[in-house]
Write a protein that binds this ligand. Structure first.
Ligand SMILES: NC(=O)c1ccc[n+]([C@@H]2O[C@H](COP(=O)([O-])OP(=O)(O)OC[C@H]3O[C@@H](n4cnc5c(N)ncnc54)[C@H](OP(=O)(O)O)[C@@H]3O)[C@@H](O)[C@H]2O)c1
Length: 271
């Protein structure tokens, strides 16, 4: 469904480049056009991916069918005002800008267009993003398929109503930081018990990666896998009891709630 569609990316920083890299690796980068305000990024992107780089956002918007907004939240108003004359209902606009609602985008553009909001996470850099997509009022089922085609190249996607985007931000958006904390703590635990630091960190990272792959590829529920690992009277159940005594699961759930709340507050300020 993306065949023959020209995609434009405005802003090729961390996330814009991740999207480009994902599409490039999947052989879907033909016809991509990008812009970035930074001349050094323009040169680097052209050299690395061989895609067309233009310096004018409006020119890009007029020559593509799908516009992906990958600039920082503070830049979105200016960019939307700049490209608005080139946008009409023949184009799909996808925004990955955190905390900026589809309603805010529509009101800046002052017209109803086909909009999709995406919330990827930093693992997009290794094409393992967990991305949530929300359909704007004018966007069609085919538009959602196209968005899934693009973000599916960067990892996994789920479609959710926009009202849940703050929860997504607080869970899978902020989630990599929680997992980093866990990995660091796991390695520290190993060091505490006498493991060399480098080996402890390597083992901790691989433990999380391997467990995630088991769940992702095996399709098992985490509780089932946990039960398989925790033998009666064994080491693992002793460790689990210790985590539970310190409220591990409650602490993680509270982290998601706090981050969701913060996302709502920040969105209100930006709106
Ligand atoms: N990073 C994440 O984990 C993550 C996750 C989910 C969503 N997001 C969202 O993704 C968006 C991009 O994040 P990022 O981390 O990729 O930011 P970034 O690395 O700063 O990338 C944005 C790029 O756009 C350029 N730019 C600024 N103004 C522009 C303009 N008028 N026209 C064209 N390019 C322009 C920036 O140049 P300058 O550096 O000179 O400003 C920069 O190269 C943000 O809105 C963020 O909320 C990020």
């Amino acid at each position: 469904m993306l065949r023959g569609k020209k995609i434009g990316i405005i802003g090729v920083g961390n996330m814009g480049e991740a999207i480009l890299r994902g599409l490039h690796q999947k052989g879907m980068a033909k016809g991509i056009v990008v812009t970035d305000i930074r001349p050094d990024r323009q040169v680097y992107i052209k050299k690395t991916y061989g895609v067309e780089v233009v310096s004018d956002n409006r020119q890009l918007s007029s020559q593509v069918q799908i516009v992906i907004l990958a600039i920082k939240p503070q830049d979105i108003k200016g960019v939307l005002q700049e490209i608005s004359p080139a946008l009409d209902s023949s184009k799909l606009i996808i925004s990955i800008v955190a905390g900026v609602s589809l309603g805010t985008i529509s009101s800046i553009l002052d017209k109803d267009l086909r909009l999709v909001r995406a919330m990827p996470n930093i693992a997009a850099l290794v094409l393992e993003s967990a991305t949530a997509l929300s359909q704007g009022g004018e966007a069609s089922a085919e538009d959602m398929e196209m968005a899934q085609g693009i973000f599916g190249a960067l990892g996994r996607t789920v479609v959710l109503p926009e009202v849940l985007m703050d929860a997504v931000t607080g869970m899978s958006g902020s989630g990599p930081a929680y997992v980093c904390l866990f990995i660091e703590a796991l390695a520290d635990g190993g060091v505490r018990m006498g493991l060399p630091r480098k080996a402890a960190l390597e083992l901790a990272i691989q433990t999380v990666l391997g467990t995630a792959r088991l769940l992702s590829e095996g399709g098992e529920h985490p509780a089932y896998l946990k039960d398989r690992v925790a033998s009666p009277g064994g080491t693992t159940i002793a460790g689990i009891a210790s985590l539970e005594a310190r409220g591990f699961r409650g602490a993680v759930m509270e982290a998601v709630a706090s981050a969701t709340q913060r996302s709502k507050e920040l969105a209100k300020m930006k709106g």
